[in-house]
Ligand binder design. Structure first.
Ligand code: NDP
Length: 452
């Protein structure tokens, strides 16, 4: 029997032990999920599936504080973030609870008869979750998959299993039949790989690093397994000279240092038009040094620690190569702290400019004109997110259309909403999650011709 000691990253102290599943236990979970699918969840009246998902949402709602407290301790998330994350699971369940009764097929006119299409669920869906946003990323996978009539086997990240385990218990409490949503903590190399290779798993939803995503894509090819990939990012926050510079500088820290920068959508590059470059940096400095980096158990904390000593070492490796222009503070102690740090550069080949840091570090670079900004923003193998700050809305739209990225915002640092599709260009991913079409992505469209 193997187990993992969950660590509180703010204090580096143990929280609890979690059993790590074996390949045999993973097989048993997948087989039980298949049994729960055929003649069970798949065949439930759509209205009944909808009702159970709404009940699940209201049970999550009643446990937001408890789930948030688990995430504060397990992942070092601030209270504000952790409450939002638990609420996001509730909201996704409510949103997708409308889907079972609206998974319409089509009637297509053809010669000699009529053709009907049906949206059939796939079967067992394997959801593989990273440690940076354990609750929302789990919900984005399981809520639309369940709504479409699939059963789900979900592997949380080894480092952050606690909220997923609790969500699995809450699903049962809400009345979802056993094995419809199974949470199976374990190693990526054991449970994760088995989800990819087991023939009864018909789709993989993977969120994590681009390196592991490529391995999973290759593994899925063997069975032509359906696949959604949400991978890394190196996104730009583009500030034009005509923007509200006060607002752009005040919000920039939250676009990159939220969750201590461990965010695939982090705007870890800031591009500033040269004529306002110095003014922007002058205004950014107090916004960064004033961030409240505190133990996340303190309600006032705006930024917590990194997830692990290993992640801290990775981030420090980037900082060792550069000169930090200015940085915030940390509370000290044994936690895995790195201060919010700002680096200025004009070297578009520098590692800090090209690679995903996944920590509280942002690189700022000047640009000359719109074409220059777009070219610099697109000069990356990633394409997940980005922001544009300008008072010229036509330019905002033009630049948003030109940036090769899946999720953009104009005069806002946030582009992730459960109502809208979320996913990446290039090596940031494959397919889309969220938005109204997400349940359909967990179905096959079948056509049936009836002669007359
Ligand atoms: P990893 O890719 O290392 O791990 C993600 C998940 O995959 C974990 O559950 C991990 O398990 C599992 N895993 C690892 N190896 C395998 C394998 N061979 N087969 C199947 N599963 C495997 O990423 P991190 O957890 O380190 O997360 C950080 C990365 O995720 C960042 O690069 C970030 O950009 C990206 N990310 C992307 C998001 C997006 O939506 N685009 C959102 C969030 C993160 P275990 O925990 O046991 O290693």
């Amino acid at each position: 029997m193997s187990s993992y000691t969950v660590i509180n990253p703010a204090t580096a102290t143990p929280v609890t032990e979690v059993h790590l599943a074996s390949v045999e236990e993973t097989d048993a979970a997948i087989e039980a999920a298949q049994e729960a699918f055929v003649g069970g969840w798949r065949d439930l009246a759509p209205g009944e599936r909808a009702r159970l998902l709404r009940r699940f949402a209201s049970v999550v709602d009643a446990h937001v504080e408890e789930l948030a407290e688990l995430e504060v301790r397990n992942a070092g998330h601030t209270w504000g973030n952790a409450r939002w994350e638990a609420g996001n699971v509730r909201d996704c369940l409510n949103y997708y609870s409308a889907a079972p009764e609206r998974l319409f097929g089509r009637q297509i006119p053809v010669p000699g008869g009529v053709d009907l299409t049906f949206r059939e669920p796939l079967g067992v869906v394997g959801v593989i979750v990273p440690w940076n946003f354990p609750m929302p990323i789990a919900g984005w996978g399981f809520a639309p998959a369940l709504a479409a009539g699939n059963t789900v086997v979900l592997k949380p990240a080894e480092l952050t299993p606690l909220t997923a385990i609790r969500l699995g218990e809450l699903a049962l409490e809400a009345g979802l039949p056993e094995h419809v949503l199974t949470i199976i903590p374990g190693k990526g190399s054991v449970v994760g790989e088995r989800l990819v290779t087991h023939p009864l798993v018909r789709k993989i939803v993977f969120t994590g690093s681009t390196a592991v995503g490529k391995q999973i894509m290759a593994g899925c090819a063997d069975q032509v397994k359906r696949l959604t990939l949400e991978l890394g990012g190196k996104s730009s926050n583009i500030v034009f000279a005509d923007a509200d510079i006060d607002a752009a500088a005040a919000t920039a820290p939250y676009a990159v240092f939220d969750n201590a920068g461990q965010d695939c959508c982090a705007r870890s590059r800031i591009l500033v038009q040269r004529s306002v470059y110095d003014e922007f940096l002058d205004k950014l400095e107090p916004a960064v040094t004033g961030m409240r980096v505190l133990d996340p158990s303190d309600e006032a904390s705006e930024m917590g620690p990194l997830i692990s000593a290993q992640q801290r070492a990775t981030v420090r490796g980037f900082l060792d190569e550069v000169e930090v222009a200015f940085a915030g503070n940390t509370p000290g102690g044994d936690g895995f702290w790195v201060p919010p740090s700002v680096v200025t550069t004009e070297d578009a080949e520098a590692r800090i400019w090209r690679e995903e840091v996944f920590g509280p570090v942002v690189a700022v670079m000047p640009f000359d004109d719109e074409a220059d900004a777009v070219a610099l923003a697109n000069d990356t193998e990633y394409g997940l997110s980005g922001s544009i700050y300008t008072r010229d809305l036509a330019r905002g739209l033009r630049v948003a259309r030109a940036v090769e990225s899946g999720n953009l915002s104009v005069n806002s640092h946030s582009a992730v909403r459960y109502w809208t599709p979320f996913g990446g260009y290039k090596q940031s991913g494959l397919g889309r999650e969220l938005g109204p079409d997400a349940p359909a992505a967990f179905t096959e469209e079948k056509n049936v011709f009836i002669a007359h």
